[in-house]
Ligand binder design. Structure first.
Ligand code: 26V
Length: 812
């Protein structure tokens, strides 16, 4: 949008004064930020309204992305940027003697997700809006986000994240669009006068779902989509029935906290309540929205696509059936046809312990009508499948099994499309995790490799690199990422390489300052910045990284002149509060950091930095400064990974197993420009099947492993209780479930190769350039385009908008 600096200054002064009744010169940083945020939101409000109206006027098909988690990150900078106002705002504030960066840091980063799954949802929101596609987010407005992590004596402690204590300038509560969600009680079917079976309810707990809408601003296209997060409240007409605060608790608690466990399913009643609450409110509001389109209900799938992000919102299937049958009065067959054509499902994990299975008794009691419908879906599924496929497949794939409702099965049966998030992951779904379903419905399965938004992760996080790309290849890459490949042409240009290296160094200096500020550790910006940032989990193998650091430390102690390139190992990771082993790994890394960072024999050769409270905002600081991207999960375990894509796009070289999207990264950048090590996925499957793995043999016969493992428990690492022993035990006595020791040697070798290459700065930077230039296929814009074409069948509304280019296919 068009705005002069002069107009901005005037608007900003007015905005501030109207909010606080004094001049901006007297404002606190927080007030100055609030005024700025609200002003930017004012600028957004017109295209937001117009986008909504255009979609309805043109009867555009809309996607509703149902997700229990969204991790949008701070929004001020990104909104101003996408609107095309960032420079004007910065200039205006400078004239007023204010710093944009300082105000922008005052914004809270809403941590409404655990990790990859939630951040992917937010990248997708950004891409949908930027591609002018009608895409809505549907989720929960948790009062407390993911816990704030602190280290006390190296141990993780969790503090509540009361992010709404501050004013959230981006949201608009929308009282007009509330819905009622019912839990529990008794339900029966009664034939009414017209002969319909009507669902009757008594003694239900009624919860008011209040929507809070947040704008999702498209990149320079005047399109603004909606993220709708629901909050649970007491229905106004029932307020008098509640006499004490305690009595209101069962309602208030529904949207109070985000479950902080991203890999361990627990059949907790409150979590099921959250899932149904979000699903029911979302589906009701979709059906209400659909009425505006004034087309027959059988055409719902032509106007609405509902996406189920992991199994958490899989109750969409029976809830949509309930509304179509009980409220819209359709027959079962008509309702099923609509539901199945409307829904699609993405699986995000192969970890068996993360797959949701709700006890039937719990489901029956909390959601009696929904359970009746699930039973009927299951009955019909069995009836149809049994004669065609026989007993084994039918019972393996049924929704109801051994007293539980299998949510993945419900999602697959109720969806026309099932996808994994990287090619290897999709293959594993088809050949292993959902093998029987693949036999039933091969046509439903497809792959959609994840992607990231370059806007947040490159344009905004790395302005130096962005400017260099603009200078070298023009600005087209910003709308059309496949243009990035043109940058490959400069791999031999000494001048470009020098500039690229200088930008990386600047970014590293900035991160080094931040490290000193928050951790008190002085690091050398010329060292290799080696980064592993992701949730802490045994399958992601932060402890392999740890063992390698320990190995290097012991080598240095044995031979202080050993020729290692200076290295800073950087970690960011939260562990689920109940995941003891993950917390023990954090403690050991922290204690090792204390040892290494303070040992004068080590000097610059080795530094270890474990940031507290890793999240989107910290990632934005770390990623542009990374030289090495650690993607070291046991092959076959990481569905895709997305930090791998962000780091690559910022010129880090990947050190990886052939897992998840790492395989595609290697394919695009070429085997010479990535460091690959370790077992492959087929080898992992074989080794597991053969049952011949013996970790103790490796401990006893490999001297490096022996020495490093002993150092975990012989007092080398200071201030440990039993955490070092715990890692030792899991690797040696419990036979190393994730083959850490098996991959150790090849990992150490790859790390040495990294050292050698880094000594040739020119060659290193050339490979870094090739990584940047090959990162286009991982733009979420392409991923979303594929979802839109293959699954949702939605189109861009940009046709009438001038200046928008069609998206080219990325090529390697
Ligand atoms: C799982 C569960 C399990 C039960 C209850 C609570 C809960 C909450 C969140 C999750 C999410 C786990 C799935 C997940 O985050 N998967 C990650 O998805 C990324 C985006 O597709 C992908 O890049 C990562 O490889 C994958 O681990």
């Amino acid at each position: 949008m068009e705005l002069t600096t002069k107009d901005f200054i005037k608007d900003y002064k007015n905005q501030f004064q109207s909010m606080y009744a004094y001049s901006y010169e007297e404002g606190s940083t927080e007030q100055l930020y609030n005024a700025l945020g609200l002003l930017v939101k004012n600028y957004i409000s017109t295209p937001w309204k117009e986008t909504r109206e255009t979609y309805i006027k043109n009867s555009v098909k809309q996607v509703f992305y149902f997700s229990m988690e969204f991790l949008p990150g701070r929004q001020l900078k990104s909104n101003a940027y996408n609107l095309g106002l960032l420079d004007t705002v910065k200039e205006g504030l400078t004239e007023l003697g204010l710093s944009f960066d300082e105000l922008s840091e005052a914004e809270v980063d809403p941590a409404l997700g655990n990790g990859g799954l939630g951040r992917l949802a937010s990248c997708f929101m950004d891409s949908l809006a930027s591609l002018s596609m009608a895409g809505n987010g549907n989720g929960i407005r948790y009062q407390y986000g993911l816990f704030r992590q602190k280290f006390v004596d190296g141990y993780q402690v969790e503090l509540p994240e009361n992010w709404l204590r501050y004013r959230n300038v981006w949201e608009t509560s929308n009282d007009k669009s509330t819905c009622m969600v019912r839990f529990g009680g008794n339900v029966w079917l009664e034939r009414n006068k017209q002969g319909y079976l009507e669902a009757k309810y008594e003694n239900t707990l009624n919860v008011l779902a209040v929507p809070y809408d947040t704008p999702m601003v498209g990149y320079r296209n005047d399109k603004v989509n909606n993220l709708r997060l629901w909050s649970a409240e007491i229905p106004v007409e029932e307020e008098n029935n509640y006499h004490t605060i305690e009595e209101t608790e069962p309602i208030k608690e529904i949207t109070q906290v985000l479950y902080p466990d991203d890999s361990n399913y627990e059949g907790r009643l409150l979590r099921l309540k959250q899932e149904y609450f979000m699903v029911s409110a979302g589906v009701q509001s979709i059906i209400r929205h659909f009425r505006k389109y004034n087309v027959p209900r059988k055409n719902i799938p032509d106007k609405v696509a509902i996406h189920i992000n992991d199994t958490h919102p899989a109750l969409v299937v029976p809830e949509l059936m309930r509304i179509l049958i009980d409220e819209e009065r359709l027959s079962w067959e008509q309702a099923w046809e609509i539901t199945f054509k409307t829904c699609s499902y993405t699986n995000h994990t192969i970890l068996r312990e993360a797959l949701e299975k709700w006890p039937i008794d719990m489901m029956k009691e909390l959601l009696p009508r929904i359970y009746m419908i699930i039973e009927e879906i299951n009955r019909r599924f069995v009836e149809n499948t049994l004669p065609l496929y026989g007993e084994r497949i039918t019972w393996q794939t049924a929704i109801l099994q051994n007293g539980v409702v299998n949510m993945a099965h419900m999602a697959v049966i109720g969806s026309h499309s099932v996808n994994g998030v990287a090619q290897l992951h999709t293959d594993i779904l088809m050949n292993d995790v959902l093998k029987d379903f693949f036999e039933l419905y091969p046509e439903r399965f497809n792959n959609k490799t994840n992607g990231i938004t370059q806007r947040r992760w490159v344009h905004l996080a790395n302005p130096g690199l962005t400017q260099l790309l603009d200078d070298k290849i023009g600005e087209d890459w910003k709308k059309n990422p496949s243009e990035l490949k043109v940058f490959k042409g400069q791999e031999k240009d000494k001048q470009t390489l020098k500039q690229l290296a200088a930008i990386k160094l600047e970014n590293k200096k900035r991160l080094a300052d931040h490290i000193e500020k928050v951790k008190g550790i002085k690091v050398n910006p010329n060292a290799i910045f080696d980064v592993q940032i992701k949730r802490l989990h045994a399958y992601k193998r932060q402890h392999l990284n740890l063992l390698h650091i320990l190995h290097r430390y012991l080598e240095i102690k044995q031979n202080p002149s050993v020729d290692y390139a200076p290295r800073v190992f950087i970690f960011g990771a939260k562990a689920a509060p109940s995941y003891l082993y993950a917390k023990q790994i954090i403690k050991v890394i922290n204690s090792l950091a204390e040892l290494v960072n303070n040992d004068p024999d080590v000097g610059d050769k080795l530094k270890v930095v474990f940031f507290e409270n890793y999240g989107v905002s910290l990632a934005e600081k770390i990623i542009p400064a990374a030289d090495v991207s650690e993607q070291i999960s046991l092959a076959s375990m990481e569905a895709s990974g997305t930090s791998n894509m962000k780091l690559m796009a910022n010129g880090a070289l990947t050190l990886a197993t052939l897992d998840g999207a790492n395989i595609e990264i290697r394919d695009f950048v070429g085997g010479d420009n990535i460091f690959v090590f370790g077992l492959t996925s087929p080898e992992v499957y074989e080794l597991k099947a053969a049952q011949t793995y013996n970790a103790r043999d490796l401990y006893e016969n490999n001297s490096n492993i022996h020495r490093a493992l002993n150092a975990l428990k012989d007092g080398t690492i200071p201030n440990l209780q039993d955490e070092g022993h715990a890692i030792f035990e899991s690797l040696v006595h419990f036979n190393d479930e994730y083959f850490v020791l098996k991959d150790f040697d090849s990992y150490v070798q790859a790390q040495e190769d990294i050292d050698s290459l880094y000594k040739d700065q020119n060659e290193w930077t050339r490979k870094s350039l090739l990584n940047i230039a090959s990162s286009a296929p991982f733009s979420a814009d392409y991923t979303i385009k594929k979802y839109a074409d293959d699954i949702w069948k939605v189109k861009s509304c940009a046709v009438e908008h001038e200046g928008v280019q069609p998206l080219d296919e990325p090529v390697s």
